[in-house]
Write a protein that binds this ligand. Structure first.
Ligand code: DC
Length: 224
């Protein structure tokens, strides 16, 4: 792609491909800000759950009202960005399966993507940022100097996810986790708006058999 390049790294990939772990460490090594954009979709889901929206449907007037007045903001922090709803820090409430599952559903809704686009675009254009998500290289920041598309075998992603959940005291069978990962993959790839596809100029990185350090070094070396 020709034109202006922005000093930023866009990391896209499917659920549990290691995006946030790698993005956080790449940002630390480059001295950039790190933003996991999935946390914004999770914040929108949390806002709906907290408001007690009963019928989680895109055309429900209550849902439209909550989403139209959504006030999500981001505060940079060395450990990653903190996410605020109406000025209240909700970062520590975004990782549950309930929030993640609703986030996956509502991320296909145009009203949600439109609401979150401006916030992401503004942060992206400031540069010196590593953003991870599904559509960073294609929609949010096609001008990023480096775009990475991560892949990893579904079984390996399921094992990693099981370990993460176990560390938080949540024990689940590998079959359940794998089924959920495949379901999210399908939803991410098949949605009409901003589906999960690599940007034409993205570099593909398969993390299945790489350590975190190997993958981070590969990305940082390509950036430099
Ligand atoms: O990466 P994650 O699981 O925290 O993301 C939560 C949901 O948000 C995920 O199911 C897909 C969606 N998402 C998206 O559609 N676009 C992004 N840039 C980031 C996340």
């Amino acid at each position: 792609m020709s034109g202006v390049r922005i000093e930023a790294v866009a990391i896209d990939g499917p659920a549990s491909s290691g995006k946030s772990t790698l993005a956080r460490e790449v940002a630390r090594r480059l001295g950039f800000i790190f933003l996991d954009t999935g946390s914004l979709y999770r914040a929108a889901a949390l806002a709906l759950l907290s408001a007690g929206a009963v019928r989680m449907a895109e055309d429900d007037p209550e849902v439209v009202r909550i989403l139209s007045s959504l006030d999500i903001s981001v505060r940079p922090d060395p450990s990653g960005a903190r996410v605020l709803i109406g000025g209240l820090d909700v970062t520590d409430h975004l990782r549950s399966e309930e929030v993640g599952s609703l986030a996956s559903r509502i991320s296909a809704w145009p009203i949600v993507r439109k609401t979150l686009f401006d916030l992401q675009r503004k942060l992206a254009l400031e540069g010196r940022i590593v953003m991870d998500g599904r559509d960073i290289g294609t929609v949010i920041l096609p001008e990023a100097r480096l775009k990475i598309f991560l892949v990893a075998d579904p079984e390996i992603r399921a094992l990693r996810r099981q370990k993460d959940l176990e560390a938080r005291g949540d024990r689940r069978s590998l079959e359940t986790i794998l089924a959920d990962i495949l379901d999210r993959d399908r939803r991410d790839r098949e949605r009409l708006l901003s589906p999960l596809v690599p940007a034409p100029d993205a570099l593909h990185l398969d993390t299945s058999r790489l350590t975190i350090d190997e993958a981070v070094t590969w990305i940082v070396d390509h950036y430099r």
